[in-house]
Ligand binder design. Structure first.
Ligand code: C2E
Ligand code: MG
Ligand code: MG
Length: 610
């Protein structure tokens, strides 16, 4: 029988693989190989028979014997896997004997040398995908726990496949649409829309690989005069000529786009040591300095190259993605009289950031920081079980600044620790106040950023805040995200243990996006797993989400964790997550984050006080 820990381990591995871009075949191959290791079977295969994916009609991954079964079923159009696929029920056969449900197959089953065959349907939301087949050479039965494990794995594989197919379909459609709508008809280069999309991907890749990137803007000065003087036909030829020369200065993988009449953008990823954006800019200027000859007219252009961004790719400022307008950046010109040396830093973005950071440093002293609280509801009772503190910055001119802006600015300004301490202190004081006025808000969940948690002496700081406000540690849940493990798993474990030793409980926040290894759930001393709101949002739109969530919930409960779902925005989502067995929920449908005073009023009226 399957041993304790094998299934979670395999699910953890599988979750890890999902984050990679291995091919479907590789993933299925790995899955069936591991299934044979953990379940008492000799062979396994995944047979895909979905009508919608003709090209994969019978794809069997696995051993030779399993493949033989696959092709026999395919040839005969019947067999245990085919029946499981058609009926949606597991088919369990021990011993080779005639079976009325698939007479042709059972007559020839001994050819395969397999005496036990177990098939589990792979379905998702009524979409039939195929079956997971497990086989044994001896006529042995499959125990109930193993059957359950096999069906869970078939479900997880179905969810994966649905997602992978959706990805393949989307990629094909996207490729077609891209070419039509996302390219500049004159040069054939990506247009502004596509550039934005490509920049998103550059940032995502750079986040993973932590590499340097540069974004350069090339502007052809006087282009309008060429267009007006020689006509659009010549103008178009000139642009094509410029595009051709630009693309020859680039390395494979760099992005070149035409974003506007005379403006091109070059994105260089993976700037390895020594590669400077200035060098790229100079190369471009040189390439464009020789005359062009569209339709026999000799035209010399003046190009200005601005370095709009240069630095770690994950920091490419958002403003660049929205407005590809770099006129404020320092430039290199090929017009010798106006040659300027350049600073590689994006001046505009840097100024903007510097202002923000300066203001933020002053925010605590000016009493501009505030906490709002979002109720967390126990789905069994429908009552508020606790609240989560969320930071806000009430700036007199900027308005209310949200954590998505505050937190990165605080990190850059080196004040993430100070901000975190303020949040801890204020949260504990508010909780104390509610308690002394007789209001029961339940527990208080406080977010901690990875940098603060992993910094020096987090646990003692937390302990001090609790003592100062006279708060019992068990009233506090500390919410952290899985990047603490990616940063330094050993240190993370030590810090989390220190926190647990204080008596404070731990919530793993934003689970289900990003890396989401289920192994974290049992390797680290976590009490609560909070499913990210992106997962909730996909519940009704993406078929693959539900079984994934199901598996996470089951696993969470198997490890004695409380499962909380964030981002419940509709009654339908609330019913859905309640039915799935989620313990706690929060979201706009239940309550928006509200101020401490609003919460007091709400709870006060709820228990009969003014
Ligand atoms: P989180 O911990 O996952 O907090 C939940 C976020 O989801 C909050 O965003 C909340 O306003 C938002 N939210 C709640 N219900 C719904 C809903 O139904 N739909 C949608 N679309 N959103 C919902 P917020 O306040 O912008 O905070 C964003 C993140 O910033 C938080 O995510 C948390 O990771 C971080 N954060 C917030 N306050 C603090 C803090 O004091 N310290 C630290 N270190 N991080 C904080
Ligand atoms: Mg949170
Ligand atoms: Mg969250």
């Amino acid at each position: 029988m399957i041993s304790d820990g094998d299934l979670p381990r395999l699910l953890a591995e599988f979750a890890h693989i999902l984050g990679t871009d291995f091919s479907v075949e590789t993933v299925l191959d790995h899955l069936v190989r591991r299934i044979v290791e953990i379940l008492p079977v000799a062979h396994a295969c995944v047979m895909l028979m979905g009508e919608t994916h003709q090209e994969l009609r019978v794809a069997a991954a696995g051993s030779e014997a399993a493949l033989r079964i696959g092709s026999l079923e395919h040839q005969l159009g019947e067999g245990p896997c085919t029946l499981a696929y058609l009926s949606g029920e597991p088919v369990l056969i021990t011993g080779v004997r005639p079976d009325a449900r698939f007479p042709g197959f059972s007559a020839r089953a001994d050819e395969t040398g397999l005496a036990a065959q177990f098939a589990f349907p792979m379905r998702l939301n009524g979409d039939r995908l195929g079956a997971l087949g497990l086989f044994h050479t001896a006529p042995v039965a499959l125990e109930h726990a193993d059957q359950q494990a096999a069906q869970l794995l078939a479900d997880v594989a179905s969810a994966y496949l649905t997602r992978a197919f959706a990805g393949i379909d989307a990629a094909i459609t996207a490729a077609r649409v891209h070419h039509r709508n996302l390219h500049d008809p004159v040069t054939g280069l990506p247009n502004r829309l596509l550039l934005e999309e490509l920049l998103d991907r550059v940032v995502a890749r750079a986040r993973r690989s932590r590499t340097q990137a540069a974004v350069l803007l090339v502007d052809i000065e006087g282009f309008k005069a060429v267009n007006d003087g020689y006509g659009q036909h010549v103008g178009d030829q000139l642009l094509s000529g410029v595009a051709g020369r630009l693309s020859r200065t680039m390395r494979p993988g760099d992005v070149l786009a035409r974003v506007d009449g005379s403006k091109f953008v070059v994105v260089c990823e993976d700037m390895v040591d020594g590669a400077r954006p200035e060098t790229v800019a100079e190369r471009i200027v040189i390439a464009l300095s020789a005359p062009f000859e569209p339709s026999g007219h000799k035209i010399t252009i003046s190009a200005a190259v601005g370095i709009a961004f240069s630095g770690p790719g994950q920091d490419i400022p958002e403003v660049l993605m929205r407005e590809t307008d770099f006129t404020t950046y320092p430039v290199i010109q090929n017009n010798p009289t106006r040659h300027q040396s350049i600073a590689a830093a994006p001046r505009f973005a840097a100024d903007h950031r510097a202002d923000l950071e300066r203001d933020l440093r002053q925010a605590p002293g000016r009493h501009e920081l505030a906490l709002v609280y979002q109720p967390i509801v126990d789905l069994r009772t429908g009552e508020i079980d606790g609240v989560e503190a969320l930071v806000r910055w009430r700036h007199p001119i900027r308005g209310t600044v949200m954590p998505a802006t505050i937190l990165p600015a605080a990190e850059r300004a080196g004040m993430i620790g100070a901000l975190g301490e303020w949040v801890l202190g204020q949260g504990c004081r508010d909780l104390r106040h509610w308690r002394t006025t007789g209001l029961d808000v339940g527990f208080l969940a406080i977010n901690v950023s990875t940098q603060h948690l992993m910094g020096p002496a987090f646990a003692p700081t937390l302990a001090r805040a609790l003592v100062d406000a006279e708060i019992a540690p068990a009233s506090i849940f500390l919410e952290f995200t899985e990047d603490v493990f990616l940063a330094d798993a050993g240190r993370a474990l030590a810090v989390l243990r220190e926190i647990k030793d204080l008596g404070v409980r731990l919530s793993l926040d934003d689970f289900g996006v990003g890396y989401s290894s289920v192994s974290y759930l049992h390797m680290f001393p976590v009490d609560v797993v909070k499913i990210d709101r992106a997962v909730t949002a996909q519940l009704t739109t993406e078929g693959a989400t539900r079984p994934m969530l199901h598996a996470i919930i089951d696993l969470g409960h198997a490890f004695d964790l409380t499962v909380t779902v964030e981002g419940v925005e509709t009654a339908e989502q609330l019913t859905d997550v309640t039915d799935l067995g989620v313990d706690h929920a929060q979201g706009f449908h239940l309550s928006h984050p509200i101020t401490a005073e609003e919460l007091s009023r709400y709870l006060g009226s709820g228990i009969g006080q003014e």
